[in-house]
Structure formats: structure tokens, C-alpha cells
Design a protein around this ligand. Sequence first.
Ligand SMILES: Cc1ncc(COP(=O)(O)O)c(C=O)c1O
Length: 410
Amino acid sequence: MTYLQSGVPTTSKLVAEGLDFDIVHDRSQFGSAKWANQWDEFSPRVEGEGLMSLWTADMDFRSPAPVIARLREAVDHGIYGYTMRDPHHYQIVKSWFERRHSWAVDAETLLPAPAIMPSVAAILRTFTQPGDGVIVQAPVYSPYFQVISDNHRTVLINSLKLVDGRYELDLDDFERQAANGARAFLLCNPHNPVGKAWTREELEGLDAICERHGILVISDDIHCDIRLNERRHIVFSSISEAAAAKSFICTAPTKTFNLAGVPAATLSVADPKRREKLFNVMQASFMLNANFFGRLALEVAYTSGDDWLDMLTLYVRDNIDFVLNTAATALPGINPMRPDASFLVWLDARELDARVGGIHRFFVERGGVNLYDGRVYGPGGEGFIRLNVGCPRSVLREALGRMASALASL
Ligand SMILES: Cc1ncc(COP(=O)(O)O)c(C=O)c1O
């Protein structure tokens, strides 16, 4: 348990506050996209009777009690006007990253942001030109492809290598992509969907190539907080001054504390000139004014959420063990990869996928379970599926049971 930040948490206090990850909540009344099986009103719905939703990356758990209490106070106050962040806000962010990740970020480098993806778009538009190449490491979080293409930049794919069931970097190929018109690199650290927490050596390898080719690094650290083993989160900009100078670190409490619907994010831009330029662009896009609830939730979560996060980590880790054990005994052809961080498990089902003509559809139609189809993550995702274990164990048990029955009927 040594990887837990605050030691073994005070379970009794949290239970007294109502913490119980086993409770199943009906989320449909508040328009949950996950449980509607539809990302938004512009995308196709995954249809199915009584479908279980273990796909998109939010959790079915209530946020920490202090966050709920403070938001409730704010709701009861009844006035939801414009809100602002004061210097204390940035100290809270700084203190969180120092405490949880030993990252001594300078508060001066911090910029407020509405969420991660709008920030990535703003950074790309500010520091790259139409047509410039942007490297991503596929299979990877699918909006990365969209944010690059929709902003008229060129996606350059540096495929991850699968070696003995674990993903590794392909630095030779990365160097080739770097020399192929790349101006920026969109790093996913830790990586969604493959669950890898990149080591210092790996980040140094990437940095050396970016340095040689004058490539900027946009690091998306949204999944950094839930640490499932001894592997620490290494923030790209912390590895050297040169790395800091070329990087934009994008952080948010939204995955960690299940706050995706009340978003708030923070960027760290060490280079003062680039920081000022980005600030001006974000201001010109009216991106700086804080969301009333998002600002508040971030501050309370980063101040009072440590014990809750440690408990969540234990629960998620047990869910992952449950997936691995169940797969070994009851899910032939499904090979889950143990992630280093976060609540998403990447399942290798390539042989089954070929046999059943698409494993995602098979589980939707024959099992009533909606997972994320690996194909959305780009090249290398074919035949894989992503399972979100941020749910009560009973939900996970039922979903895996349905999957096992579907496979047994083959
Ligand atoms: C890697 C990654 N980045 C960004 C996001 C979305 O961040 P935001 O909602 O802050 O734009 C997600 C959500 O699943 C994600 O997995």
C-alpha cells in the first residue's frame, strides 16, 4: 500500500460521510451520456435492450462528500453568477501536484482553462499552422484525431509497439514522424486507452527527439491521479528545463473525482512568452471565465479529496483484479492488460474479434454490454475493447457474467 499518498485512509470517517462505492445509482434522470449509450445528441446511439454501459470514461461513483456538501451550499445559495479564481486557487492546484506527484510546479506558470480538449485545440491553433504535423501515439483517445484534423493540422501516427502483452514506445518511428513535418506532439500521460504510465527514461527518449526537431509537447495528464501500482506519475515538464520550455501540461480533477459535468482545468506553461501568447488567444476566445461549479469543485476536491482518492484507488484496483481473475477463468479469448493508472482496462480480443465479426457488436447484441470499440482509438485498436471499471463491483460482476454467457454460447 505504500503507493497510497496519505497512508491507509481513515475508512470510518469516510464511511460516516456516506462513502460506499458499492451503491448502484440510477444516473439516467440527469441525462448521463454514458447510460444513454450516446456521446451527445449529434452522435449515433448504441441501441440495445437493457444495455449495460461500461464504455465512456466517467465513473458511477458519487464525488467526495466535502465536494458534494460545498456544491450543495452553493446550489442552496441560489445565485449562480460570474465567478473568478483568486491567487489561492492556483496555490491549491500547486499544492495538489506537490503533494500527490512531487511536482514542484511554479504557480506563475499556471493558466486556467475550461477543460482539456478545448485547451489542446487552443494550443494547436496558437502554436502550429494549418498543415503542420502533430504526432499521436495510437491506439489513443479518439478526440486527439479529431482535434488535429478539425483544426486542419495533419495527424502523424507513431504506433505503440505491443511486446509480450505490454505496450512500448517505438522511438525510431517517433524520430521518423518527427522528421516528417511534425511541429507538435500530443502526449497522453498516462496513456488512454492502454493504461501505461510513462517512465522518466521513456519521457527523456521522447524529449530528446522533440528537442532535435524543434517539436512542442502538449501533455494531457488528465488520468494521472489514480495510481494503481508503485509507478509514479512523471510530469513531462519536470524531467528537465528543456522539456519544461517546450511543453504545455494539461491537468484536470475531472476524471479523478468524477466531475466531468462540472469541468475545470489548469494548464502549466513554463515558457513565459508562450504562456502570454496562449493567454491572449484564450482571452480572445472568451475561455477564461470560470464555470461557477467547476471552480468550486476543483478547489474542494484538491483540498479535501485525498482520502477519498486513496479509497477509490483501492476499489478500482480490486475491480481490475476481479476483471483479470474473471477473464482467466470465464472469458476465453479476452486478455485484459493491467493498467498502471486510472479506471480503464484495455482488453485484447483480436482472435475473437475476427471469429465473431466484431467483438464490440457481439457483446452489445449477444451480451447486452456496451464497451468501447477499440477501433475508435485508431490504428492498432482493431480487435481490442476498452472496459471502464469505474462502477460498483455488482455492476461489473453482472457485465462480466453477461460477457461470459455470450462467449459460452459460441
Ligand atoms: C486522455 C483524455 N483526455 C481528455 C479527456 C477529456 O477531457 P475534457 O473533458 O476535460 O476535455 C478524456 C476523457 O475521457 C481523456 O480520456
